[in-house]
Design a protein around this ligand. Structure first.
Ligand code: ZN
Length: 296
């Protein structure tokens, strides 16, 4: 299996591919944690790290035949994380800024559980950063956008498919920033930040209009959006999933809108208060076996 470990710090149409693959190939992505491995112990605080070296994404991978207007499908077969992750406060990132200390916590991930102080809970390894290159300006890998990027959706786990719009030839797929566990909202600005390995099969859907990344879980399709405010992110998410639903289900605009109010769940991926990071949400709708799939 092809293994890659080179990283980028921005999604860019000018990034040099580290590998060329064909639709249907399986790739192992070896990933650093979001701090680029700069924090290994509790005496290293986030204020002391080089912030130009955060959120590395492994890639980019050039997919032969991928053209703007296509969709890259990333079928996540496995996510393995290291036995040690980092939780921390990040200055300026949360509602408790100024009340919390700047603190690093080294967290053990053992036998499938995250250990925190005197409790533990099941790990839920997920991918924070996954995307293709945007058509326009470079986007740093700490940011999210309609190319994907730092979406921080806790449903991007083993067994799901991520659909990413192709905006440049080859797509230029990269991913990283694993979390052993993260809550919806990521309230303090970090999950259990951790290095690891992702094995994924990458394929193409030719000629499918997709404006924002979509995640397919066992039961749901989710559209991921981001914007400078929650209001805008929510509207973008609702409009995209409404469009996909109308196309797939053959209902008119109003019936689809009423349905969205009954079966369209709005979830906050991040409540991180640094608006420069953007606000990330996802809007989900259950899969219905008697209807056409939204995508794929
Ligand atoms: Zn992260």
């Amino acid at each position: 299996m092809l293994e890659i470990r080179d990283t980028i710090y921005a999604f860019s149409k000018n990034a040099k591919p580290v590998a060329h693959i064909k639709s249907g190939d399986t790739v192992k992505f070896i990933t650093e944690d979001c701090f680029g491995g700069q924090i290994k112990s509790e005496d290293k605080l986030v204020g002391a790290i080089d912030w130009n070296n955060v959120n590395p994404a492994t890639g980019p991978v050039y997919i032969e035949g991928a053209e703007p207007g296509d969709v890259v499908v990333v079928d996540i077969l496995s996510i393995e994380v290291k036995p040690q992750g980092i939780g921390c406060t990040i200055p300026g990132a949360s509602i408790f800024d100024g009340e919390t200390e700047i603190r690093t916590k080294v967290l053990e991930v053992k036998d499938g559980y995250v250990h925190y102080n005197d409790i533990k809970w099941p790990a839920n390894p997920m991918i924070g950063v996954i995307g293709c290159a945007p058509a326009g300006d470079d986007v740093v890998s700490g940011m999210a956008g309609n190319h994907g990027g730092n979406m921080d959706s806790k449903v991007i786990t083993r067994g799901v498919k991520v659909y990413l719009p192709v905006r440049v030839k080859g797509g230029l797929l990269a991913l990283g920033d694993l979390h052993a566990s993260m809550a919806d909202g990521e309230m303090i600005g970090a999950g259990v930040e951790i290095a690891g390995e992702v094995v994924a099969t990458v394929s193409l859907i030719k000629d499918f209009k997709l404006n924002w990344p979509v995640t397919e879980t066992a039961d749901y399709f989710y559209v991921n959006t981001s914007a400078p405010s929650y209001d805008e992110a929510a509207e973008l998410g609702y409009r995209e999933i409404h469009r996909l639903l109308m196309n797939a289900y053959g209902w008119d605009f109003t019936d689809t809108a009423i349905y969205m109010s009954l079966q369209g769940d709005l979830c906050a991926n991040q409540t991180v208060l640094m608006s420069s990071w953007g606000y990330n949400i996802r809007v989900g709708t259950p899969k219905v076996s008697s209807k056409r799939r939204l995508i794929g």
